[in-house]
Design a protein around this ligand. Structure first.
Ligand code: ACO
Length: 324
């Protein structure tokens, strides 16, 4: 039997760190408010690097750490809601920079669920035999979409990238144990960024993109209800009990949401690593950054069963359960 294996993890964040006090000097907010409502202390904010730069750096690290050659890759996916451009895709830029000339490359757009959606696409392309070796990266420079006068969104987000190498290998037992994706398009207005104007702008110049807009309370309610539902549905596919899952790697949007999900699932909080204090919400990058940290710290070991679960713009949810 063959199934997919996470061969390698890596992550990369910009050098510049902006803490809550830095923000309170430019807007009416406070370290106390931000920490108590979200769990965030600081975030990395890019000075010059764009999304493809962070993704390429992560891709280079993945190759260096694993010893894989770029030409071995069949697929490069970048999950992002802050691409460098409408075209080329961020993944195509990464493919060019890595000189991964045998890899097909494209972006996946599902906001903070993007990394799970990317893993889902890669796993399905691997199951058909079309792809044997894949690189899946979540990369975001959300700071370019932020209105730094809007305290309701500006304090929440950060920049960064993380990713994995996947390979289809012979296994004794299946490694892909559950997969659930869901999209709630009727709620698309609850969270948006980068909206363009409709209609013909001739002969006016190009208009600017809109910054982040979010109905925070609605997204909070959505997440605390739909994330547990998504995890339950994914685990039911192969009759896994939640107790059999070793680590829950949830999208890092708000520490309160993660605690609430753990409570609803009746699982101990120790199984839910949280690193939002250091990074803020990095959207599609949050789960691969967390996964890489947990692997590097030895908190995740070979054989562990992982549930990666995201939620975000779309609105979307997604859970994938994998044996590491
Ligand atoms: N500093 C100080 N005060 C603030 C700030 C701030 N940064 N932001 C809002 N406030 C004020 C509000 O104006 C409000 O004041 P008022 O009572 O006088 O009107 C008060 O604080 C409470 O505001 P709420 O919005 O009710 O605060 P809440 O407790 O709901 O927390 C938050 C807001 C943190 C945004 C929360 O709703 C949340 O986390 N929602 C989920 C958001 C999320 O997960 N988004 C990511 C989706 S992923 C993606 O796709 C990118």
């Amino acid at each position: 039997m063959e199934d997919l294996k996470i061969v390698q993890t890596a992550s990369w964040v910009p050098d510049q760190v902006i803490d809550n006090d830095d923000l309170s000097r430019i807007m009416d907010t406070s370290d106390d408010w931000i920490q108590s409502r979200t769990g965030i202390k600081r975030r990395h904010i890019s000075k010059h690097e764009n999304t493809a730069d962070l993704a390429s750096k992560t891709g280079q690290l993945l190759l260096e750490k694993s010893g894989w050659q770029a030409e071995e890759l069949d697929l490069i996916l970048v999950a992002t809601m802050s691409p460098d451009a409408y075209t080329p895709s961020t993944a195509a830029i990464v493919q060019g920079r890595l000189q991964a000339k045998n890899a097909v490359a494209f972006d996946v757009s599902a906001a903070c669920s993007g990394f799970v959606y990317g893993l889902a696409v890669a796993s399905q392309m691997m199951s058909t035999g079309m792809v044997k070796k894949a690189m899946v990266i979540g990369s975001e420079v959300l700071s370019k979409l932020i209105d730094w006068h809007d305290r309701t969104t500006a304090v929440l987000f950060g920049d960064g990238a993380g990713g994995v190498l996947l390979e289809k290998v012979p296994v004794k037992a299946p490694t892909l144990l559950g997969l659930q994706l869901k999209t709630f398009g009727e709620l698309s207005n609850e969270l948006s960024a980068g909206m363009t104007s409709s209609g013909n702008t001739f002969p006016k110049p190009l208009t600017e993109l809109t910054p982040f807009k979010m109905n925070g309370r609605a997204v909070y309610r959505f997440a605390t209800h739909e994330v547990p539902e998504s995890i339950l549905q994914a685990s039911a596919q192969n009759k896994l009990t939640l107790d059999q899952i070793d680590v829950f790697l949830l999208h890092q949007a708000n520490a309160r949401i993660i605690r609430q999900v753990a409570k609803r699932l009746k699982q101990p909080l120790e199984k839910f690593p949280i690193n939002i204090a250091e990074y803020g919400n990095t959207s599609a990058a949050s789960e691969p950054i967390l996964l890489d940290e947990c692997v590097e710290k030895g908190m995740i070991k070979r054989g562990d069963i992982l549930a990666l679960s995201g939620f975000g713009g779309g609105l979307t949810t997604g859970t994938i359960i994998l044996r590491y």
